[in-house]
Design a protein around this ligand. Structure first.
Ligand code: FPP
Length: 232
């Protein structure tokens, strides 16, 4: 597999910059997250219209628990509200929802909503929208190792393909393109295993402002990359 790439099959996004977007407007951080949550529908629509098959959004990291309690509660509340508001829209758009990350540390009501949304959309055949919350890549990898050990898998049977099957993203192809908004240039414990050969796209645009036009720019940039997967 090499040469010019056309459309990425899987796009994964680190949605960063809500806090700064709010500060620039004299609003609270939570209002920034609210604007960010509102932008999710626009971005999901745009990627679905482009024909992208998998979209993964990093909504809440394992490290986000260490933010001030009020912000954590606000973010979890917003996730819960977004699931209420968006699930029917996703369902009508034939989108199938998935979740990666821990589920049992989330408030019970949120756990229930996530499971119900996944169940409702499980037979949809359009885009697969994977919500990463309470997600951290290192702990996902450590969990996979634990599972393999507990399953008494023999050393000779351990290989990259089987290991991928023990990750939360099991069955989802590796991302072709990882986008980070908000100007920072790091992966922040997001899909470290899966992004081994991903093209990375960093934009200073803050997440609430990440529009269809910005998506077109990112996809155009991706088309100009030469993907070699380590070969010449
Ligand atoms: C980073 O901005 C963003 C987050 C920690 C949360 C992202 C969550 C949403 C956009 C809501 C998602 C909703 C759904 C339905 C998936 P930041 O606070 O780090 O911004 P800053 O770097 O400017 O402070």
């Amino acid at each position: 597999m090499s040469g010019e790439s056309s459309l990425p099959c899987h796009v994964a996004i680190i949605m960063d910059g809500n806090g700064r977007w709010a500060r620039q407007r004299g609003l609270s951080r939570l209002e920034g997250h609210r604007a960010g949550a509102k932008n999710v529908r626009r971005v999901v629509n745009a990627f679905a219209d482009h024909g992208v098959k998998y979209l993964t959004l990093f909504a809440f990291s394992t490290e986000n628990w260490s933010r001030p309690q009020k912000e954590v509660e606000g973010l979890l509340g917003l996730l819960s509200e977004s699931i209420d508001k968006e699930t029917q829209f996703f369902h009508r758009a034939n989108i199938k929802l998935r979740h990666v990350g821990e589920v049992d540390r989330l408030p019970l009501e949120l756990q229930r909503k996530v499971k119900a949304a996944i169940e409702l959309t499980k037979d949809n055949t359009g885009m697969i929208l994977c919500l990463a919350f309470d997600y951290g890549s290192r702990s996902e990898i450590v969990d996979a190792v634990r599972c393999i050990k507990e399953g008494n898998v023999s050393t000779g049977d351990i290989n990259e393909a089987m290991f991928s099957g023990y990750l939360g993203t099991q069955g989802i192809p590796d991302p072709d393109l990882v986008i980070r908004t908000g100007g920072e240039m790091r992966l922040s414990n997001f899909l470290l295993w899966q992004a081994a050969y991903s093209e990375l796209y960093f934009t200073p645009v803050l997440w609430p402002d990440f529009s269809e036009k910005e998506i077109d720019k990112a996809l155009l940039d991706y088309r100009q990359r030469q993907r070699r997967f380590g070969s010449l």
